[in-house]
Write a protein that binds this ligand. Structure first.
Ligand code: NAG
Ligand code: NAG
Length: 344
């Protein structure tokens, strides 16, 4: 009555089972069934599109790290990378703390929120490479002119090039701001609490390097994780110690020796393991001081513990904006013990 699937003659040739299915599709019940199932198919198809976009694995990182097979000398990269944009006047006076933020061309929103919140409390600069997209360079020029806090180098901005970016940061600091007493390397998803940061620095006056120390970590050998560290770059089974790259501080006094030593240590893609462990600790013998207030985590309660964090990681620009005013009002409300107890 509804759909005439096959002609009588065709029906003679097909099995009983197929006939039943065909009859069912042709019946009123069948039509209702189809009408019920179609939206389900449609929704699952849409979902699979969305999920597919999010979870399609990136190309194996071994390909992305290909250039390290050709040359792992930092000199080789630094010699070939031009400085494109930098502020015209920097570090005019005494600089107790210089904050260097690894950012990426598309993260304007992150940078703007940092500028409006913790960034204005001390000298803070953002380091970028170039994205594939040509317009971004023009955007960067405009942003740099407006804010005088961008340093852009001519190399491909990619997570696996972070070691090169941090090397460029250190090189730039040695040229342009050698008087900085301490250099804080951090990321654009980190919220800094400037008052606690001052305390942290005061408490570690004599340290060469301090941050959140990770001990006996097992390198990721799975090619599809962001933190993949292949055996051909780092052959040992453990990383004895390093400071988390979400925020570590180098004393200005040690900056030059760390940078110069890096020039002769073969590069790896993990910036924090490279600079804090391979270069500073293993090659130079500098102790890595654990400072839990420079947290690589996001606090699980947004009250008193904040007061005791100098930095916290993994915050979206929106979260930073909403938490910032609260941090500033915690002073009278929280005493040392509630903060200390709740810190992890
Ligand atoms: C890597 O680059 C450096 C500096 O440009 C050069 O001296 C060295 O010979 C290169 N190494 C290899 C393996 O090509
Ligand atoms: C990292 O930068 C180097 C030097 O500019 C470049 O050869 C390499 O392709 C970049 N890596 C990625 C993954 O883009």
């Amino acid at each position: 009555m509804f759909i005439n699937c096959f002609t009588e003659r065709q029906l003679n040739f097909i099995s009983m089972r197929r006939r039943r299915i065909c009859k069912f599709i042709g019946s009123r019940k069948g039509l209702l069934f189809l009408m019920a199932i179609l939206p389900v198919f449609y929704v699952s198809w849409q979902l699979s599109q969305v999920v597919g976009e999010v979870f399609i694995p990136p190309p194996p990182l071994d390909q992305v790290l290909h250039h390290f097979r050709a040359n792992r000398s930092l000199v080789h990269y630094l010699d070939n990378i031009n400085l494109l944009i930098e502020p015209s006047s920097i570090c005019q006076q005494k600089v107790p703390i210089l904050i260097l933020v690894t950012s990426t061309p598309s993260h304007h929103r992150h940078r703007n929120v940092i500028r409006d919140t913790w960034g204005k409390h001390q000298e803070t600069y953002f380091f970028l490479g170039l994205s594939q997209d040509d317009d971004r360079l023009a955007d960067a020029y405009i942003e740099a002119k407006q804010h005088s806090d961008l340093i852009v180098h001519e190399f491909n901005d990619h997570y696996q090039n972070l070691t090169i970016k941090v090397a460029l940061m250190l090189q730039w600091t040695l040229h342009r701001c050698p008087q900085a007493e301490f250099v804080f390397k951090t990321d654009d998803d980190v919220l800094v609490n400037p008052n606690t940061l001052k305390e942290v620095i005061r408490d570690n006056r004599d340290a060469a390097l301090f941050g959140y120390k990770k001990e006996n970590s097992v390198p990721h050998r799975d090619e599809y994780t962001k933190w993949y560290l292949p055996r051909w770059l780092y052959n040992e089974d453990l990383i004895p110690e390093y400071l988390s790259g979400t925020g570590y501080i180098i004393s200005g006094k040690n900056l030059k020796e760390i940078f110069n030593t890096a020039l002769r240590i073969p590069l790896i893609n993990m910036e924090d393991v490279y600079f804090t462990y391979l270069v500073a600790n293993r090659a130079l013998g500098l102790p890595l001081i654990h400072e839990r207030r420079l947290s690589p985590y996001k606090p699980w309660i947004f009250t008193c513990p904040f007061k005791n964090y100098a930095s916290m990681h993994s915050l979206s620009p929106e979260e930073m904006e909403s938490i910032w005013p609260r941090i500033q009002n915690l002073g009278n409300f929280c005493n040392y013990f509630t903060s200390e107890l709740l810190l992890y």
